[in-house]
Design a protein around this ligand. Sequence first.
Ligand code: GDP
Ligand code: MG
Length: 599
Amino acid sequence: TDLAHIRNFCIIAHIDHGKSTLADRLLEFTGTVSKRELMQQTLDQMELEREKGITIKAQAVRMRYKALNGEEYELNLIDTPGHVDFTYEVSRSLAACEGALLVVDSTQGIEAQTLANLYLALEANLDLIPVINKIDLPSAEPERVRQEVEDVIGIPKEDCILASAKEGIGTQDILEAIIKNIPPPKGDLNAPLRALVFDSHYDAYKGVIAYLRVMDGSLKVNERIALIASESSAEILEAGYFHPKMTSVGELTTGEVGYIATGFKNVKDCRVGDTVTVPSALGTIQPLAGYEPAKPMVFAGIYPVDSNDYPELREALDRLKLNDAALFYEPETSNALGFGFRCGFLGLLHMEIIQERLEREYNLDILATAPSVAYHVTKMGGEVIEVDNPSEMPSFGEIEKIEEPTMDISIFTPSRYIGTIMDLVTTRRGIYKDLKYIEAERVLLTYTMPLAELIIDFYDQLKSRTQGYASLDYSFAGYLEADLVKLDILVNAFPVDALSLIMHKDNAYYQGRALVEKLQKLIPRQMFEVPIQAAIGSRVVARETVRAMRKDVLAKCYGGDISRKRKLLEKQKEGKKRMKMVGSVEIPQEAFMAILSLG
Ligand code: GDP
Ligand code: MG
């Protein structure tokens, strides 16, 4: 197709504002997919995505649309991941487009991720088409939300398209606006190949499938390609586009979006953001801007509940890694939990997804230690090391200073919740930056907050304190020095590595107290008295004692308020029989599970 008849666009929205539903309507209207085929949401393929209602992997679908001007266009819709952990993937998908539909729910208005995605779209120089969705609902306020779009985003309210993705209202207007308002791609057909990898996945038969936007030149099946950042090369085994099924056509040219099958065995050979070119052009052409290697931000130990499952856990992680260049892991051993892996994730959601996939797709019972972040530790004498595992923190005397990752967070909320949010953020060491009224009753609050505080239950707390009305977005802000300590838990004077935590000095006493009290209830009596201590270095901040055995053992040991992982605990009845020896004390594995799942 000639460039003038191609349009590449994506849909950006806050979660639940109707991105997937609108994509379905566009596919249906253009005859790309039938109504019946749409019964199963086409763009959200993974089971987990469908259940969580989010899109994890970006996808691209080509549609053909005969416009009212009588001409036929090739429209490439690139779906973007809907969660803040995947900001980099979103930014690469946007970089493959010239325009975006900005969907705003007319019963809600602009939310935190509406703005976060908008900023990414502006950075990518995209032309925007605002779509006010869900106008079929009785509670819709299209006029109010339109005004909000004009006030907050600066797009004239007349330019907003009123739509109902559910009822198919406005679909054709949107398609016409795409033709009219989004520019066709630019690029040089005669230049050496340059294509942007905006996603990839591993296919057992075809190897890694890379999703590409061709910026310059063209590519054909059987030609050799080279990837600049990954320093890898391969032969193109297949080239085509999604319609929405993989449709092989043998060639992709300037301005087009599609896929190639590479035969790579691992997505790390073909990373998101990388530039595909031909081997002969290496060294002479400029790589496309914006490549960044994936950087894990959240870390945790993952252990098999049954140590016999260790080889299976390794294999499952190997397999997940094939498809997920951002997943990081290496073997680790713990005195309390045995053999396992230290894993790194892009964020909390990424971590949850991996844990759930291990449990569901690979049928593994796993145990995860409390999530941690990567600290920059300057040792006496000036050496700087990165520590993502609390048990590897150097001892007190060796440390000159510790810096922790902090995030810029923005919260959209009805103004009546300002007080309770301020309160929450302050207890999480947040630093107030700004408060802006978006409308009479709605505000945008911004803070800087340590990532370590954000990953412990912050989102749930925010939602519950605001009856679900507040929305949250965050992005990495930088490293800041903080008064942090390592809190060790000692059983019979022996440190339990899996329970070590790094935290702010002010919280250590309270946290230490709580952990020691919980553990005291969970450890069965032994033949001798067992001290349980929380300590910072050699200073004990809390202590309890498990008294020596008498008759009334175990009575109500495992009660308590264990909500989050109750299911797992119930499955693990046999786990009770498994004992770990820590400092000559036999501790049921269940005690660790209970402590770790209490959070
Ligand atoms: P996404 O998270 O942005 O992809 O949102 P979805 O497309 O999954 O939509 C979220 C929810 O809103 C789903 O239950 C949809 O059925 C519903 N929804 C989407 N668009 C409309 C609409 O125009 N009208 C109504 N009434 N519901 C809609
Ligand atoms: Mg969706």
